[in-house]
Ligand binder design. Sequence first.
Ligand SMILES: Nc1ncnc2c1ncn2[C@@H]1O[C@H](COP(=O)(O)OP(=O)(O)O)[C@@H](O)[C@H]1O
Ligand SMILES: [Mg+2]
Length: 250
Amino acid sequence: MSLLEIKDLHVQAGDREILKGVTFSMEEGETCVLFGPNGSGKSTLLASIMGYGQTKITSGHIFFKGQDITQMTVDQRARLGIGMMMQRPPNVTGVRLGDLVKVTAANGHGCTGHEAEFKMEDFMDRDINVGFSGGEIKRSELLQLSAQAPDFVMLDEPESGVDLENIGLIGRKVHELIYGSTTCGRPVQRVSALVITHTGQILDYIGADRAYIMIDGTIRCSGRPGELLKDIKENGYGDCKSCRTNVKIL
Ligand SMILES: Nc1ncnc2c1ncn2[C@@H]1O[C@H](COP(=O)(O)OP(=O)(O)O)[C@@H](O)[C@H]1O
Ligand SMILES: [Mg+2]
């Protein structure tokens, strides 16, 4: 049984079809990377797996740990062990970051008191994301994920908008999140991850097993992360060799 299985997923925003039949699966302990041009549907795929957003699943199924989660609410999915770092999380006026982290840790498997490791000590009394810089938002998202300690983590462009000084911190924390360090004094095992990246910078900090390229709402091809990234840099998405030769190992 795969950890995550997506079968012929079609997702619509208003009248427009965004995901046009996405099928792929991930095994326990696997890290996969998702590449693709802007607007190809990557964030929509992650939002559909997490179960939030304005888009609607019109057909297809998502299975997690063998259960059909297609119709489940976000909190049901989170309780099953799915966690996510959003590309652009919303501001939450009136809710302090420290309170969210406490509630998340109480409902998840992580714990509180790690804000200094994320350089977030001065943010715990502030409203979530309100006035946060790009890097601060990413660190806040990672702090929340460390409190949740999910079994499957999705990261939507973890390095975007992060300055060179902070990229090391983000990279190390993403590494800890995936490979486990110790959470609340108990060892954590490697978790599965699905990571969207444009630059591939995050791949300096984590090892990825497979990569996929999404174009226009479908997964066009897959391959080794380093090779696909090199191919995209040299040939662009439209003309990338792997997609032209259709190396689709799903
Ligand atoms: N709620 C929505 N309403 C209308 N269009 C949407 C909505 N959500 C996403 N889209 C559109 O779907 C397409 C894919 O978006 P997205 O998944 O964010 O792409 P990516 O993450 O690959 O850059 C974009 O053209 C975007 O404008
Ligand atoms: Mg996106």
